[in-house]
Design a binder for this molecule. Structure first.
Ligand code: ADP
Length: 253
């Protein structure tokens, strides 16, 4: 289990995370959602040791993490868009990751499932966005991490590849791993995740199971439930209006 305890973070004078306390369970997929700018990426960066909180701690299985600590070897991270050196061939990207880890890969299933050996000799800069995402995903799973953090993992993937990735996530969950996923596609998260953590303006407005969220909001699906929660929270905190899409639905995730 990952426990975020009273995490606060400010950039300059702007508070981005305001005392976020959240337990994320192993053996479950947790969807981290919230409007743009609500602090999701910052919270993930705190977990990854890429941002230092101003206050609070992160503990994994009861042990408080040291931002430079070895725990990071147990975390697989798929960023929204990986930036690989464009001139490197796909093979060389994997060689680089393997050299940095100093150990042979433990899980090459996605490399095969995504047909990456066919792209092996191509420079990364010539790959389509979807193929880069496949490389990105395969790297996140490469060392069979206990914790997987996937930021918009299926964005840009074709439906077949997205299905392969969702199936892998479910298998990791079934094997007892902890999976955190963000996505703009709420219907996809509803299908995948058992738990939801909903951030609004750096505050955690809901944490619990999908079933709890639906029951609390009396909604049939996650999308209307979080739209309603967002409306209530904004009214309660008298916050500025969030960006809205053309259909008037608050933009989430
Ligand atoms: P989300 O992932 O939910 O869209 P972020 O965590 O990326 O939100 O950002 C939360 C807020 O923090 C935003 O207002 C963003 O502009 C700000 N922010 C994020 N990173 C930095 C940074 N390195 N320096 C200054 N402000 C930042």
């Amino acid at each position: 289990m990952i426990r975020f305890s009273s995490i606060t973070k400010a950039f300059d004078a702007r508070t981005v995370l305001e005392g976020v306390s959240l337990d994320v369970q192993s053996g479950r997929i947790t969807a981290l959602i919230g409007p743009n700018g609500s602090g999701k990426t910052t919270l993930i960066k705190v977990l990854l040791g890429l941002a230092r909180p101003d206050g609070g701690t992160v503990s994994i299985d009861g042990v408080v993490t040291d931002p430079d600590g070895a725990y990071r070897r147990h975390v697989g991270y798929m960023p929204q868009a990986a930036r690989f050196p464009e001139h490197l061939r796909v093979r060389e990207v994997f060689d680089l990751v393997t050299a940095m880890r100093g150990a042979p890969p433990r899980d090459e299933e996605l490399i095969e499932a995504f047909g990456l050996p066919r792209e092996w000799e191509r420079p990364v800069g010539t790959l389509s966005g979807g193929t880069k995402q496949k490389v990105n995903a395969a790297i996140a799973f490469l060392y069979a991490p206990d914790i997987l953090v996937l930021d918009e993992p299926t964005a840009g993937l074709d439906p077949v590849a997205a299905g392969i990735l969702r199936e892998r996530m479910r298998r990791e969950q079934a094997a007892g791993r902890l999976v955190i996923v963000t996505s703009h596609v709420i219907a996809e998260l509803e299908e995948l995740a058992q738990d939801i953590a909903f951030l609004i303006d750096g505050r955690l407005e809901f944490t619990g199971s999908v079933a709890d969220l639906l029951a609390r909001m009396g909604a049939p699906h996650v999308e209307p439930a979080i739209a309603q929660l967002l409306k209530q929270a904004r009214a309660a905190h008298a916050l500025a209006e969030s960006p809205r899409g053309a259909d008037g639905v608050p933009e989430v995730a």
